[in-house]
Design a protein around this ligand. Structure first.
Ligand code: SIN
Ligand code: CO
Length: 391
């Protein structure tokens, strides 16, 4: 089940992803979402949850930003209209929100950033802006008008604002009103401005793309950490330099070969990238069990009817193929999995929830049991107890 409706995955990937906006009516028919506005406000009052209020006609500046966590009194003091509450990473805190991500399996899971949820009464919005990330804006309750505009870059003129990157100009190209269940996909760089017409919630499912600078510095740091002082520029048997002041083309060639040899090995690149992209966004959401579990504990937990193995909502998993096995990345750590464990590792990456019966079968194989125990004790996955856990 995806969220693409009649558009379909192949057409979405060919024509829209990273290229063109897409409007999908009733992507999730009648979507109301698992959270009420009051529950969202409750989350924004908790320590460790990142939240903001944006007041369209703020007391100090238009689109004044206030950072959470908030107190109930902060909400009571707000005007009737014209503000937005934004709560980041709600998928990390609410399992039922994380379940929505299964519908986005037509995209690589490691591209996912988070699900932000905003609540706005009529007139609420965060102002005209663009984002660096791909985003799916799914309306839950209420109605919201989205104006889309020009393609922007780092050179696009911005308004003078203390904290928001608001666009100075907006050349409107499209205008859509989203009702509950409707969804708008925006590639990076498209100017947009969403204003609530009736009180409602918007789920922003954001997909990150690491910057080239982040990739190069991260990979270079990791590679460099594995080198010694003996690894150096070498120019044995060089040609007569002719002009002692020159940095010759052959010197540049030696440098390029040095970079290429150390940085372009596919396994080195994949290992760094997998580790980097699965680092948890909020490490504090990790929840290893209070006492270390053994195989019998795990079997016992899975024997409860209706139990399942669930990915910790704050955890990230990915893999890459490596001979007959795979390298599994779990919350920033690479784990070599041989052919006997590769299928289970792939399945753990593909699905956030795995039925208890499947996992019980896996445990009969010692290599998989070792992997699962490690993941459970690291807090990457956990077994749900249907008697105490409504998720
Ligand atoms: C919002 O949900 O209010 C803002 C989402 C966005 O424009 O990126
Ligand atoms: Co935006």
């Amino acid at each position: 089940m995806t969220v693409l409706g009649g558009l379909g995955v192949a057409r979405f990937l060919a024509d829209h992803w990273q290229r063109e906006p897409a409007l999908i009516r009733q992507a999730v028919p009648g979507f109301a979402g698992p959270l009420s506005p009051e529950e969202l406000a409750g989350l924004a009052c908790e320590d460790g949850v990142e939240s903001r209020l944006v007041l369209a006609e703020g007391g100090t500046v238009p689109f004044e930003v206030r950072d959470g966590p908030f107190r109930e009194a902060d909400f009571e003091a707000l005007p009737e209209t014209g503000w937005t509450l934004l709560v980041q990473s709600v998928d990390r805190w609410v399992p039922a929100v994380a379940d929505l991500l299964d519908r986005f399996n037509f995209l690589p899971g490691w591209r996912l950033d988070d699900i932000m949820i905003s609540y706005a009464p009529a007139g609420g919005g965060v102002g005209p802006h663009y984002d660096q990330y791909d985003v799916f804006l799914l309306q839950a309750r209420g109605a919201r008008r989205w104006r889309l505009g020009q393609r922007c870059t780092v050179d696009s003129p911005l308004r003078d604002h203390p904290s928001l990157r608001l666009l100075a100009a907006f050349d409107e190209t499209e205008d859509h009103v989203l009702q509950p269940g409707d969804m708008l996909y925006l590639p990076p760089g498209i100017a947009h401005d969403g204003v609530a017409l009736a009180p409602g919630l918007t789920y922003s499912i954001g997909f990150r793309a690491p910057s080239a600078s982040e990739i190069l510095t991260g990979l270079a740091d990791t590679v460099a950490a594995g080198l010694t002082e003996d690894d150096r520029y070498r120019d044995a048997r060089m040609a007569d330099p002719g002009d002692a002041g020159e940095i010759s083309a052959s010197t540049v060639q030696v440098l390029r070969a040095l970079v290429q040899d150390r940085m372009a090995d596919p396994r080195v690149v994949a290992t760094w990238f997998g580790s980097h992209m699965t680092e948890p966004r909020e490490p504090e959401t990790a929840r290893p069990p209070e006492t270390c579990l053994d195989l019998d504990d795990l079997r016992g937990a899975l024997a409860v009817a209706g139990s399942e193995l669930r990915r910790n909502e704050g955890s990230r998993l990915a893999f890459f193929e490596d001979g007959p096995g795979v390298v599994l990345f779990a919350d920033g750590v690479p784990i070599d999995c041989d052919a006997a464990t590769a299928a289970a590792a792939r399945e753990l990456c593909r699905r956030r929830r795995i039925p208890g019966a499947t996992v019980t079968d896996w445990l009969a194989r010692p290599a998989i049991a070792t992997l699962l125990l490690r993941l459970v004790n690291d807090g990457t996955v956990y077994v749900t107890d249907p008697d105490s856990d409504p998720a």
